[in-house]
Design a protein around this ligand. Structure first.
Ligand code: UDP
Length: 240
């Protein structure tokens, strides 16, 4: 069952359930895709119907970000918990390594996906990296063709939101992969180019604060978080 938070329908599931569903999707014929919206993306979806359609059209919609959990609670329809995109990706790679599945890494600046591939191969022995491609391309067809030729089961699509969600909806089928996952800046982290927040920040749901401290130019984007909470409060008032 999905829970709507300002129009975006989130799957009300735990991390374990999300990973099990991801594994099921990669064993099911046809192309599927997963998205991991945070409050910033929900705000984008409120203004961009194409983004909303791409997000709600996903086979898995995971609540990435503590703001979504607060928003759902404020609206009186709490979610089971946060399922971060990066945590989901890590758990999925663990399962893929056990099952001999192959992964294609798409996105980020030239060189980053290759670096991520190298590190992931050693972190997840048995994980097959089918190929990589940077995220700054003009035409989709050569990229979908390269993925198809690689025979990848899963593609991590890291083009930033809402570009990656629209890309997966439009091009998922052409890649021949069973599961595509939209993961924002994850390749930057997997490559070691960007450090993830220390665990204490992660546990407290304060990763956004760490990212802001490291990169103050994100402030414009981050102002969408308070805006999201204001909109959630407004929606609650209209409910009662
Ligand atoms: N990116 C890309 N192609 C583009 C625009 C962005 O590959 O046309 C990449 C960018 O290099 C970065 C990621 O997409 O690796 C977006 O990272 P960001 O931290 O903004 O994403 P978030 O995790 O906040 O959604």
């Amino acid at each position: 069952m999905r829970i709507s938070v300002l129009g975006v329908g989130f799957d009300n599931i735990t991390m374990d359930q999300a990973v099990a569903e991801g594994v099921r999707l990669m064993d099911t014929a046809g192309a599927h895709y997963a998205v991991t919206p945070n409050p910033e993306i929900v705000e984008v979806c409120r203004e961009d119907p194409e983004a909303l359609e791409a997000v709600n059209g996903a086979d898995l919609v995971l609540a990435d970000g503590i703001g979504i959990i607060y928003g759902a609670k404020m609206l009186g329809t709490p979610l089971k918990g946060r399922v971060t995109g990066i945590g989901f990706a890590q758990n999925l790679m663990g399962r893929m390594a056990e099952n001999g599945k192959s992964l294609y890494l798409l996105g980020a600046r030239p060189g980053v996906a290759e670096k991520a591939a190298e590190r992931l191969r050693s972190q997840y022995p048995g994980l097959r990296i089918a190929g990589t491609h940077d995220g700054y391309f003009q035409e989709d067809a050569p990229v979908t063709e390269a993925i198809r030729e690689s025979g990848a089961d899963v593609v991590f699509v890291c083009l930033g939101a809402p570009k990656q969600e629209k890309w997966m909806k439009k091009n998922g089928g052409a890649t021949g992969a069973r599961l595509l996952v939209g993961l924002g800046g994850c390749l930057d982290v997997f490559s070691g180019e960007v450090q993830r927040a220390p665990e204490v920040f992660q546990k407290l749901g304060l990763e956004w604060l760490h990212r802001l401290a490291k990169n103050p130019s994100r402030i414009g984007r981050m102002m969408k978080l308070p805006l999201f909470l204001v909109h959630a409060a407004g929606a609650k008032r209209r409910q009662s």
